[in-house]
Design a protein around this ligand. Structure first.
Ligand code: ZN
Length: 469
């Protein structure tokens, strides 16, 4: 029945979506102002949503032009639908103009069709259709629209500073059936403190070491520059053997007496470092065989003692696992050292619900202080979790099952979705099992089937959760 309802609106859904897709709502700080906090594109997309809402007779409320909401329904509690209308840049290689949507027999092609303009319009129409049916709302619906999801979440930060937190809600910005848990995500630096000047006559002096640029990626490149006093050939031979033993790619060269070593690893997302190959940690592992200068030896030893071959925090004494959310993971994404300033490890640690993050960090801080290291804590986002058996989650999943016949269970992830902005909320669609995931890639598209099925699922869930029968 819900799918038939949606059928009456198919043309309008496509038309409204096309209008939204035609706006190049990419963040542009060079044009930011009070009027356009993250540039004119995102602001224009936000205004576009207000315009269709006003056309359809809904209230709107703007929050500093960076976020806002569409208001429908009535009741005590607020049900939130958290969407975003900014997009990542188009990038190269499109077959069509990414901001001139193309509608074919079975799909719509443009930047943002999947992430997140298609799902935003689907959720909007679910609300609109119910309202057109003159249902008896028992909740106030806030369709919350952000314009900075793809960068810094300044939109939701600003929004929830002053605006009401929904009692319940979902973010249609990921996958079906639902993501009901997301690990805590923290980043921190382990800094090597200033070393006391000591008499040091090392055979090998590490001049510099670099590996990785992003905390949330396993680094696939590492390079070390080493002053070698003698036995250059031996070191190079040992290095070649090390590469063979560890099935690694790499190379060595000598540049005016300085030995340069390179290792290539395998880059993967930092949420699961065990399936990647950390080039930096491997190269440090090789360096640990050499009789290095004291400062470098201290740095390399730290890697061996706490980081190398330890993807689940085990060497840091932080191993922790839950049935539902899995393991603590530790990705060493950035490694830097130089012989005048010392070194740093940039770490991305993800942890399940129940892990005592603060306690673990303060214990670790104390332990490594004795070795001459300290910690600079960056961001820490706590785990986001709603019980899978919560009636709210079950209602959403039931709507998904009714529409698709697919019995998949909601699941948890190591990454983060927009849903974590909500006190009690989950990521809900709009990717299906068989959707091709071209988010952030060229030729992004949404099939009409996906768009209309998502609308039906949102429609049925909102009816079950927000309407008086
Ligand atoms: Zn998104």
């Amino acid at each position: 029945m819900w799918r038939e309802k949606v059928q009456e609106y198919e043309n309008q859904i496509i038309e409204d979506l096309k209008g939204l897709l035609a706006i190049e709502s990419v963040r542009d700080d060079s044009k930011s102002s009070t009027e356009n906090p993250v540039g004119p594109g995102p602001r224009q997309a936000l205004d576009y949503m207000y315009k269709i809402a006003e056309r359809d007779g809904f209230g709107t409320h703007d929050v500093d032009h960076i976020a806002g909401r569409i208001e429908v329904g009535s009741g005590e509690d607020v049900f939130g639908i958290l969407c975003h209308v900014d997009v990542v840049p188009a990038g190269e290689g499109w077959d069509t103009n990414p901001f001139d949507p193309v509608v074919t027999e079975d799909k719509v092609i443009a930047r943002g069709t999947l992430d997140d303009k298609g799902p935003t319009i689907a959720a909007y129409y679910a609300v609109k259709i119910l309202n057109d049916m003159k249902v008896n709302w028992k909740k106030r619906i806030h369709i919350i629209i952000g314009t900075d999801e793809e960068s810094d979440w300044k939109c939701t930060d600003r929004y929830f500073k002053t605006e009401e937190m929904p009692a319940l809600g979902f973010a249609p910005d990921a996958e079906f059936p639902a993501i009901h848990g997301e690990k805590g995500i923290s980043t921190f630096d382990v800094i090597q403190n200033e070393q006391a000047e000591e008499q040091d006559e090392p055979e090998y002096e590490l001049r510099s070491f670099t590996s990785g640029q992003r905390y949330n990626m396993v680094p696939d490149e590492a390079e070390a520059h080493i002053n070698v006093k003698e036995n250059m050939t031996d070191v190079i031979q040992n290095f070649e053997q090390f590469l063979v033993d560890n099935q690694l790619e790499g190379e060595s060269s000598v540049d005016s007496g300085v030995l340069v070593l390179n290792v290539q690893g395998k880059a993967v997302h930092g949420m699961d470092p065990s399936i990647g190959i950390n080039a930096g940690l491997y190269l440090l592992n090789f360096l640990s065989q050499l009789d290095l200068d004291k400062s470098a030896a201290n740095f390399v030893d730290f890697s061996e003692k706490y980081l190398f071959n330890s993807h689940f925090g085990e060497k840091m004494g932080m191993k922790y696992h839950t049935e539902i959310m899995g393991d603590v993971t530790t990705n060493i994404g950035v490694i830097e050292y130089n012989n005048t300033k010392g070194g740093k490890f940039g770490i991305n640690l993800r942890y399940p619900e129940g892990f005592e993050f603060d306690e673990a960090m303060s214990r670790f801080t104390k332990e490594i202080a004795e070795l001459g290291f300290s910690i600079e804590l960056g961001k820490n986002q706590t785990p986001h979790y709603v019980e899978k058996d919560d009636p709210f989650v079950q209602t959403l999943v039931q709507a998904y099952r009714n529409q698709t016949g697919d019995e998949s269970e909601p699941y948890t992830i190591g990454g983060g979705t927009y849903a974590r902005n909500l006190d009690k909320g989950v990521a809900f669609g709009a990717m299906f099992d068989d959707s091709e995931d071209l988010m952030h890639q060229k030729n992004e598209y949404i099939t009409k089937k996906q768009l209309f099925n998502a609308t039906s699922i949102y429609l049925e869930s909102l009816y079950a959760l927000c309407v008086e029968e």
